[in-house]
Design a binder for this molecule. Structure first.
Ligand code: ZN
Length: 601
């Protein structure tokens, strides 16, 4: 084991509905591939996330159904936990933002910023209902967006252009409750002093040479026009503001985005508390040589390369106003913000409201998790917007996964099982045998290097190229023609099985489910690749029940190196198919489903 600590900080899926495959292409599978690779390489990985459950869209959904925001959050949290676990995403802790621990950590960060002067009160114009005199929550105010002209913009943001708004910005604002024009009165809110971090953020970004150029350029450009941003909002659902006179007010909360990003820290702390060593999180957040990789879609870059780093810098006392760290001590900034591009579906933007969507759950009801993971790794939106088509999914699955990797395993394992029934005994190796084994064992360094830099598409392509070499070797050596020379046949089969063992390790970060099966087919016992599990737990502070994803990943045997087959003579498990060949008719079926469910837009 090395002592390298790596935090994998995965974007928090928003709990207003189930997640579709576009979401898990952006934050889910890439972060899991990265974490699994680093665990195999001997690094100490902490992978955390949870459902983001505060904010206006949850309250709007709750209003529409006549239930509480908490009920909406409970329901969708459970669905999302099930989906992410089914995909094999190996979180050390997947939690939620409605825990008492998360509220306490969010409040501590707010107080630390306040103490150092980076959060300040400001009198601003807030909306009240003229007829009742009560505060009007941002979501109950609608009007025309001052930026794009969209008619249905809400008081906190415009869903058309995505810009964050204040109610006072809206043109012709009206109350959604009774249609009256809100009255704007002076009231106090707290603001994050982003301009005070322009220099510190610039210095930090100046050292981030390894980032994808588009992410780095976008982040640097943000610094040209930083303005204070409202840390508190007029909403009744969120983390209370921890100040006298504010704590008990039901209409003021910390802005959802400013508590959601704190989730990376609060989840790490919750994980440590659950592990029995409450300070264990500090190894990932305070050691100077620890690394932190943040995974998300490109629409969230601003919160990870500007807002969250500013919160951390302010808490550390490292902005223009100086200051000292709070009780958590000095906290590490992101090593890298790993942002993916967007996935579209059959040429259209995913849209839950227009039903241009396939949810993770529905996908996994019909297809294997590893088939989806393979598609995302080899053809996902790593560095450009990418279209998911059923025809391409079918082709990748049948031509590459089944006819390439699956066929190599089936041919070799079936022949060894039938002719030997056990791991064969190799004789002296020929140059061809040695060349193949040099290729497969030599692939760990270059594929590992690509994975450590999150060039996952190049990494899986290189691994599949090596699979192709092994297939070619098997066809060239044709062990099925060596009936008269069983010693040579067994040498070829042993070489092929060893190559498969190497390829299986190379593919384990991408295909964790099938890698366990391949391990067993090769005579291996025990757990090769650990699956995440769902546990029902009680909130550490208030006792309320919720499900988490966690796992004992250190118990897996998978390592990032060529490891020898079990000893010759070890019985082989009876062969069975690893991947499912799909019938071409699924393309038309799925397109019909999309047409029936979706609007024709
Ligand atoms: Zn707009």
């Amino acid at each position: 084991m090395t002592d390298r600590h790596i935090l994998t900080a995965v974007a928090w899926p928003y709990a207003n509905g189930p997640r579709h495959i576009g979401h898990v292409s952006g934050f889910g599978v890439p972060s899991d591939v990265f974490s699994r690779y680093h665990r195999m390489a001997g690094d100490d990985v902490l992978m955390v996330s949870g459902t983001d459950e505060h904010g206006t869209p949850i309250t709007v959904a709750a209003d529409a159904e006549g239930i509480t925001p908490r009920e909406i959050a409970d329901r969708n949290n459970r669905i999302i936990v099930g989906d992410l676990q089914s995909l094999g995403l190996s979180y050390d802790l997947f939690t939620r933002t409605t825990t008492a621990n998360h509220a306490a950590v969010s409040q501590e960060i707010f107080l630390g910023l306040l103490k150092n002067g980076y959060v300040f009160p400001k009198t601003t114009l807030g909306a009240i209902s003229p007829s009742t005199g009560r505060t009007l929550p941002d979501r109950y105010i609608e009007g025309t967006c001052p930026i794009c002209g969209y008619d249905g913009a809400r008081g906190d943001q415009c869903d058309n252009c995505g810009n964050q708004l204040d109610p006072i910005d809206l043109i012709n604002p009206v109350s959604k409750i009774n249609g009256e024009a809100p009255k704007f009165v002076e009231e106090e809110h707290y603001f994050l002093d982003l301009p005070a971090f322009t220099r510190a953020l610039g210095d930090w970004l100046g050292t981030r040479k390894s980032w994808r150029p588009n992410v780095l350029n976008f982040s640097v450009n943000l610094l040209t026009d930083l303005k204070p941003r409202s840390y508190t909002r007029d909403i009744d659902w969120g983390v209370p503001v921890p100040l006298d006179g504010w704590r008990d007010r039901s209409d003021k909360r910390i802005y959802v985005w400013f508590d959601a990003v704190v989730g990376y820290l609060s989840a790490s702390i919750e994980w440590a508390r659950r592990s029995g060593n409450p300070d264990a999180w500090r190894q990932w957040w305070q050691e100077p040589d620890a690394d932190a990789y943040y995974f998300m879609g490109k629409d969230n870059i601003v919160f990870h390369s500007e807002i969250w780093p500013a919160q951390l810098l302010g808490y550390n006392g490292a902005g223009d106003k100086g200051g000292t760290p709070g009780p958590y001590g000095r906290l590490n900034l992101p090593t890298e913000v790993v942002s993916s591009e967007f996935l579209t579906m059959e040429g259209r933007k995913f849209s839950s409201s227009r039903n241009v969507v396939i949810y993770v759950r529905d996908f996994l009801a019909r297809y294997d998790a590893d088939a989806l993971r393979y598609f995302i790794a080899v053809a996902g939106p790593e560095n450009q917007d990418t279209d998911f088509t059923w025809a391409e999914f079918l082709r990748r699955n049948n031509d590459e996964l089944v006819a390439g990797w699956g066929n190599l395993i089936n041919r070799s394992v079936s022949m060894a099982a039938k002719n030997v029934g056990a791991v064969p005994t190799p004789g002296e190796l020929t140059d061809d045998d040695r060349a193949l084994l040099a290729t497969t064992s030599g692939a760990f360094a270059p594929v590992g290097e690509l994975l450590s830099r999150n060039r996952q598409k190049a990494a899986i392509n290189e691994a599949m190229r090596v699979v192709g070499e092994a297939n070619k070797y098997l066809s060239d050596q044709a062990p099925w023609k060596l009936k008269e020379d069983p010693a040579r046949r067994d040498t070829v089969l042993h070489t092929a099985l060893q190559a498969i063992k190497d390829c299986n390790a190379l593919l384990t970060p991408f295909l964790p489910h099938s890698s366990q099966t391949v391990h067993e087919l090769l005579g291996g016992t025990g757990v090769w690749s650990v699956a995440p599990e769902i546990q029902e737990v009680a909130d550490l502070d208030d006792g309320s029940p919720y499900p988490i994803i966690t796992g004992r990943y250190e118990q897996g045997q998978a390592v990032w190196a060529s490891t020898p087959l079990p000893a010759p003579g070890t019985p082989l498990a009876p062969p069975k198919p690893i991947f499912t060949k799909l019938d071409p008719s699924i393309v038309d079926e799925e397109l019909r489903r999309l047409e029936e469910d979706g609007d024709p837009a």
